[in-house]
Write a protein that binds this ligand. Structure first.
Ligand SMILES: [Zn+2]
Length: 301
């Protein structure tokens, strides 16, 4: 059983360690990927609201080069682990939006979300407020469609979400969000939003960070996380479920971020075992844990 991941902020992690650990991707992350049988993953560069375009370019260029130089990770299928670049938050894009989206595409970015939790020239995060997508945001979605870059709605507010769904001619995904019906976190999806993702042929990447499953102090467990996946199966079907881990355990002080039962990437096999115990069929587990994300993203690579 292999795994695929729609969200992992490793781009920021290796960029932040660029001076002390220039080989962190291969030396720190690779052994963990191997142990967890992670074969396909987003490498995310997150921009939280203060970064300008130059800062965005510097990060993307560094991370792109590290992947191209890696012994184990590749944008193609020629090495052990296939990856694609994702940008989470486009606060540095304020003018010439089409040119900048094209630049990102030329540098292997294949999945993008217009904002993080911030408000910028394109969009606004669910944490920050609820407003329509801006005119520039609409242009970005059209350009992403034209280039065939996948669209992620995991951070934007509901108003932006429905605007994006209306403007985009292609599928939309929520790469790392859970469901509001089970826990009302501002980044989790309401039932109508889930139906839109389904209708647009997209994916929901269930996130195992504990405060998207239950209140942080309630210390959600692996079984609580499985309940999210069961709910998604009932409401939108296995076809639209993937995993978006958003690991933070490798960040100092965040070691306890995941649900109890999945300490880090090396223990994700526990999810497959728990799904089986909860009555999921072998082929359903394979689709949720690996194939759905791979099939979806490969059409963009
Ligand atoms: Zn995020």
């Amino acid at each position: 059983m292999f795994f695929a991941n729609l969200h992992d902020d490793i781009g920021n992690d290796i960029y932040e360690h660029r001076f002390q650990e220039p080989n962190r991707l291969d030396e720190f992350h690779y052994p963990r990927f191997k142990q967890g049988k992670m074969k396909f993953s987003a490498i995310v560069c997150c921009f939280s609201g203060s970064e300008d375009w130059k800062a965005m370019m510097n990060t993307v260029l560094y991370v792109e080069r590290k992947i191209q130089e890696s012994r184990y990770f590749s944008f193609r299928e020629d090495k052990e682990i296939q990856v694609f670049l994702a940008v989470e938050g486009m606060c540095g894009i304020q003018e010439e939006v089409e040119v900048k989206i094209q630049w990102l595409y030329e540098h292997h970015v294949r999945l993008g979300s217009l904002c993080w939790n911030d408000e910028n020239a394109l969009a606004i995060g669910a944490k920050k407020g609820n407003k329509p997508l801006t005119e520039k945001g609409i242009r970005v979605i059209k350009e992403m469609n034209r280039l065939h870059m996948a669209i992620d709605t995991s951070h934007c507010c509901e108003w932006n979400f429905y605007d994006i769904a209306r403007v985009s001619k292609e599928a939309i995904i929520a790469s790392h969000s859970n469901v509001k019906a089970l826990y009302n976190h501002y980044r989790n999806l309401s039932d109508p939003q889930l139906q839109v993702v389904k209708a647009k042929n997209g994916l929901v990447g269930a996130i195992c960070v504990r405060w998207f499953v239950k209140k942080k102090e309630d210390k959600a467990t692996l079984q609580d996380y499985i309940e999210v996946i069961k709910y998604l199966k009932e409401t939108i079907g296995v076809k639209h479920i993937a995993l978006g881990f958003d690991f933070m355990d490798y960040i100092e002080g965040m070691e306890e971020s995941n649900v109890i039962g999945i300490q880090d990437i090396t223990e994700i096999g526990n999810i497959a075992a728990a799904l089986k115990e909860n009555g999921f069929q072998e082929e359903e587990i394979e689709k949720i844990c690996f194939q759905n994300a791979v099939d979806f993203m490969k059409s963009y690579l």
